[in-house]
Design a protein around this ligand. Structure first.
Ligand SMILES: [Zn+2]
Length: 199
């Protein structure tokens, strides 16, 4: 979609709203107007305590590092869960244009996430991640409203389930490491310019 087309649709949407006419905005326009970025720490902090507690019975491993795409892949197994575990991906958003300005601390970067577990798809995280702009494609499902658990057993609204227990477990694991250690090749060029290179 071209920028012009998007902009003209936004203008139209704004007009319809300002005139009080009821209008359902296409999803893409909603994202453009409500673009929000998330730090991994925020997503964990803003997830319901019930899910955070469940993540304490999970253990995660870092199984892949894509330095080009700035993606960390995890495998998380939980007590009583699928013995094969579920796969997570957390991508650091490349919000900078010049690598020399790349942020080096977790609290300076925004992320997109996904997990292959059913809870991510059906309990709210996938929907939340699409609506609030932190989903790492491709979708596991169709990002529709949670169909199986509109409210968790204790009444926790799905809107407070930003992450599944696997992503919380894996997220905490990688937050314990510095970005520069997780993506050593990427940061090597930035932090240690080759001898003789001008900086
Ligand atoms: Zn999960």
């Amino acid at each position: 979609m071209s920028r012009d087309l998007t902009d003209s649709k936004l203008v139209l949407a704004g007009y319809l709203l300002s005139t009080g006419r009821s209008v359902v905005l296409p999803a893409a326009d909603w994202f453009m107007r409500n673009k929000k970025a998330w730090r991994l720490q925020e997503l964990i902090r803003q997830t319901a305590r019930r899910i955070k507690d469940k993540s304490g019975r999970c253990s995660s491993r870092l199984v892949g590092v894509d330095e080009e795409g700035l993606i960390l892949s995890g495998l998380t197994k939980c007590q009583g869960g699928d013995p094969n575990g579920h796969a997570q991906k957390i991508q650091v958003r490349r919000t900078w244009t010049d690598n020399a300005n790349a942020p080096t601390e977790w609290d300076q970067v925004h992320v997109e996430v996904t997990c292959t577990c059913p809870a991510f798809q059906y309990w709210g995280p996938e929907r939340q991640s699409v609506v609030q702009n932190y989903n790492l494609p491709p979708l596991q499902g169709d990002a529709s409203l949670p169909s199986k658990n509109l409210k968790l057993k204790d009444g926790t609204p799905y809107t407070t389930v930003k992450l599944c227990k696997h992503l919380i477990s894996f997220g905490k694991l990688i937050l314990a490491d510095n970005l520069t250690d997780l993506f050593p090749g990427f940061y090597a060029e930035i932090l240690e310019p080759a001898a003789g290179e001008e900086i």
